[in-house]
Design a protein around this ligand. Structure first.
Ligand code: ZN
Length: 241
């Protein structure tokens, strides 16, 4: 495993990890303790509404903006409809959420010239990694005037657990350097967070690893590989300036 001991991070309310990364800007990641946060899995819509409301209350915001994630590379701004079809949601400080269960949740934080925060929540699974959704989010924020961008990666399946066919490993590794890996049991694997970090480095964005942990190894997270349909955790970012 490459993600460190999941139990090392202090729990705080519904947040598995939470940090004020800049004045007025907080990044957080949930664990399974916060409950399932996705309407498209589990079949308990009332539970999802309850979990999302508790999360917003704990963050001190009216609500988080979510998106309809499709493993693509489309970006959308918060407010582009109630749940725009996209895999990168951007804002000028409005609260953002990305749902995952093994894919990499990536949060981007920067600032605009007028002092407002430049925020993004990005869904980087294997297809999104190959489609370069993280660089697309960085580009769209910069085109809007954002600078001083930094990234935080949250819990995802690690390179020693994400087993894939050899041909798939080779195809992804050819597109995204640094992703070829081997499982703890000696079979071909992909290291998605390593690929995200490589893309961020190429874009000139520092990637912080403090909140990385393996979702597959630790039952305090939801993992699609370990328990399909059990739920989704979230990567979150919001401004409270
Ligand atoms: Zn692992």
């Amino acid at each position: 495993m490459t993600g460190g001991a999941a139990a090392a991070a202090p729990a705080e309310g519904p947040f598995w990890w939470r940090r004020d990364v800049r004045p007025g800007v907080t990044v957080a990641f949930t664990g399974a303790a916060a409950g399932n946060l996705a309407f498209h899995v589990g079949g308990d819509d009332d539970g999802v509404r309850r979990h999302r409301a508790a999360l917003a209350a704990a963050a001190g915001v009216p609500s988080f903006h979510y998106m309809s994630q499709v493993h693509g590379r489309e970006t959308a701004w918060a407010g582009d409809g109630p749940a725009p079809t996209a895999d990168a949601l951007l804002s000028h400080g409005e609260p953002l959420a990305v749902m995952v269960a093994d894919c990499v949740p990536v949060v981007l934080v920067g600032e605009f010239d007028d002092g407002r925060p430049a925020l993004a929540a990005v869904h980087a699974g294997r297809p999104g990694l190959v489609a370069e959704v993280v660089p697309a989010a960085v580009t769209r924020l910069r085109e809007a005037g954002a600078h001083r961008l930094e990234a935080w990666l949250g819990p995802s399946i690690c390179g020693q657990c994400y087993e894939v066919p050899a041909q798939m490993r080779d195809e992804v590794a050819a597109a995204v350097p640094g992703t070829a890996a081997t499982t703890g049991w000696g079979t071909p694997a992909l290291d998605l967070p390593a690929g995200v970090r490589d893309q961020l480095a190429r874009a000139g964005v520092t990637a912080h690893r403090d909140a990385e942990a393996c979702t597959y190894e630790h039952e305090e997270f939801f993992s699609h590989r370990r328990a399909p349909g059990a739920g989704r955790i979230a990567g979150l970012v919001w401004s409270h300036a």
